[in-house]
Structure formats: structure tokens, C-alpha cells
Design a protein around this ligand. Structure first.
Ligand code: AMP
Ligand code: MG
Length: 318
């Protein structure tokens, strides 16, 4: 099939803002990965997100807003939930990105496109910190639904070129924000009950979050039903992936961690932050180079290593 047009990688905020106002779908940089954004209040705009991604209609979308006041318009926050929101979204020293799941505010169903929620009574909200995403939000008067800007189940994009490889000809614009700062999706925390619980591991680590919120639990995360879209096989490259292979046992193309002989290294210094940032670049490069089988070195299972191992496990799932 030939594409009708070529997707433009642009620096023009004006172009992407106008597209969003026209109910088009565009890709925007965030501090986690690139997002595929559209007006969350318009059915046609939100349906286009699902069509472009090939995303199952049962998988709800995260709604992005620019202020706590806008978050309060869509979500119902407890006193404790609001304190958590202020800390994860407004504290400039906070590390990583967090999405919060709260009950949907009553009487907002008619204002938000029902396709955003995919039948849920809760809503996933996030205040992105990326300056370009913030500028886009401040230029429009509607919230943005924005999942990761990749084809469903493939690896998330962490630079404009990744989005172009996946979605060329399917969207008009990709706003260029360079390489994503964190390179892993947001950590999703359910604050619908009194005990906050992690639904998806991400760019804000469990240990770090627990140092801020001591009663935070990780248990629900193991229950895949808590997050409708988190399938066992997700973030999957075409290559077959073997995990936890020590350097002395490597038999295929080898991705290392720390100082060791290898073909590609997630972080020569053994930094989990750097490895997180490089992970999707490496997975995509493997596919671009048509490498069929890849052995990955063990990654320590703490801090951001938990999220990295979660993504690798899904990437390796067949
Ligand atoms: P993505 O935007 O591609 O990073 O995916 C967003 C994730 O948020 C998906 O796994 C969704 O299933 C999850 N999500 C969105 N809304 C909700 C919700 N109300 N409750 C639980 N998970 C949600
Ligand atoms: Mg995604």
C-alpha cells in the first residue's frame, strides 16, 4: 500500500496546535516517550488514535492536562490523592513521570469522548513536564488523550525518527523534541483507594516512590487485569530475545550492561537511568539491523531495573 502523504518532522508548535484544533492526531515529545495526541473531547479525534495505532478499543488512554485544576475537572481526588498529585506533578525535585488513576468525576462523561475511557469508571491523568508538550497544552482549551506513538504492541518511540518509522503517512506532524529524557513510560499509580498502588512500573521507580509515599504497594501490578492494556506480549521487537545471559554464555548478538565485551551496551557505566533511556533505541536498532536473535545481559532488579526487566520480559514473550 502506498502512503498518501509523508509525515513531517517539525519544530513548528503552530502547525501541531492547529492540527489538534482541527481534531487531527499528531505526535508530541514527552519526558517519557513520544505520545500520539488528540483532542480527548472529540470522538473522531480519539477514534483516530486507535485507528493509527491499531490499538484494541478496550485499552483506555491517558488524559494529559496542564494544571491540577484541569485534573480536578475530570478526576475525583481524595484529600490524600490530591497531596500525592501535587507532589508527583508539581514538585520540581520529583524524579520520573507518574500517571494517576482516579474515579471519573461525575457528570463529565458527556464532555469527554467515551472512547478515551474504553468502558472504565476511572480515568488515568497525567501532567507532563516536557516544555514543548506544556506549551502545546497552554495553547489549547481541551485535554489531550495521548498513548505512546507506536503501532500497538511494538516498542515505544523515544525520538521523532522512531515515530516516523512506525507511523509515516498516517499522521500529519511529529513535533521534534530530540531524544526522550527518561525513555520509559510513566509509572501508573492507582489512588482510588486509601492505599496507593502501582499498576505499571515506569520512569519513576518503586523504591524512589516508596521513599516519598511509604504505604505505596506494588502487588496489584502483578495482576494484569488491573491495567486493561498491559498484555504479556507488549513492547515487542521482531527479534527473538533471550534474557539474563552472562557474558561467558553469550551465543548471539549480545546486549551488555556495565563494562563487558558486547555488540551493543545499554550503559557502559552500569547506570540504570542511562539503560532505561537507551532501552527502546537498542530494541529498535536490533530490528532496523535485521538481527534475528539477541542475548541480553542480566539487569539488576532494583530501582529502574525493575521497569527495564518488566519491558524486557514482555519483549521476550512469544
Ligand atoms: P500508553 O499510553 O500506551 O502508555 O498506555 C496507557 C496505559 O494506561 C495502558 O496500559 C492503559 O490500559 C492504562 N490505563 C489507561 N486508563 C486506565 C484506567 N482508567 N485504569 C487503569 N489503567 C488505565
Ligand atoms: Mg504504549
Amino acid at each position: 500500500m502506498t502512503n498518501k502523504f509523508e509525515t513531517l518532522i517539525t519544530n513548528s508548535l503552530q502547525l501541531v496546535v492547529q492540527s489538534l484544533k482541527n481534531a487531527d492526531v499528531v505526535a508530541l515529545p514527552t519526558e517519557t516517550v513520544y505520545g500520539l495526541a488528540a483532542d480527548a473531547t472529540k470522538d473522531l479525534a480519539v477514534q483516530s488514535i486507535y485507528r493509527v495505532k491499531g490499538r484494541p478499543s478496550s485499552n483506555p488512554l491517558i488524559v494529559h492536562v496542564s494544571t491540577i485544576e484541569s485534573a480536578l475537572k475530570w478526576g475525583s481526588f481524595s484529600v490524600k490523592g490530591l497531596k500525592i498529585a501535587e507532589e508527583v506533578w508539581l514538585d520540581s525535585s520529583f524524579s520520573g513521570a507518574v500517571t494517576l488513576v482516579v474515579p471519573l468525576k461525575e457528570n463529565t462523561e458527556n464532555e469527554l469522548s467515551p472512547y478515551v475511557l474504553a468502558g472504565q469508571k476511572s480515568i488515568a491523568l497525567r501532567l507532563p513536564r516536557h516544555p514543548l508538550f506544556k506549551e502545546v497544552l497552554s495553547s489549547i482549551d481541551f485535554p489531550l488523550a495521548a498513548p505512546s506513538a507506536n503501532r500497538s504492541n511494538y516498542v515505544s518511540p523515544t525520538c521523532a525518527e522512531h515515530v516516523k518509522w512506525d507511523l509515516d503517512g498516517l499522521i500529519p506532524y511529529i513535533l521534534d523534541g530530540g531524544k526522550s529524557q527518561y525513555g520509559l513510560e510513566s509509572t501508573i499509580i492507582d489512588i482510588q483507594t486509601d492505599i496507593p498502588s502501582i499498576l505499571r512500573l515506569g520512569s519513576s521507580s518503586y523504591e524512589y516512590l516508596q521513599s516519598r509515599f511509604s504505604d505505596l504497594i506494588l502487588s496489584k501490578y502483578e495482576n494484569s487485569k488491573a491495567v486493561p492494556g498491559l498484555s504479556r506480549k507488549h513492547y515487542s521487537p521482531k527479534a527473538k530475545i533471550h534474557l539474563n545471559i552472562l557474558p561467558e554464555n553469550k551465543r548471539n548478538f549480545y546486549v551488555g550492561f556495565g563494562s563487558m565485551p558486547c555488540d551493543l551496551n545499554l550503559s557502559l557505566d552500569g547506570s540504570l537511568e542511562e539503560a532505561a533511556c537507551n532501552l527502546y533505541h537498542v530494541l529498535r536498532q536490533i530490528d532496523r539491523d535485521k538481527i534475528n536473535i539477541v542475548d541480553f545481559a542480566p539487569i539488576p532488579h532494583d530501582g529502574l531495573g525493575r521497569a527495564i526487566n518488566d519491558r524486557l520480559k514482555r519483549a521476550a514473550s512469544t
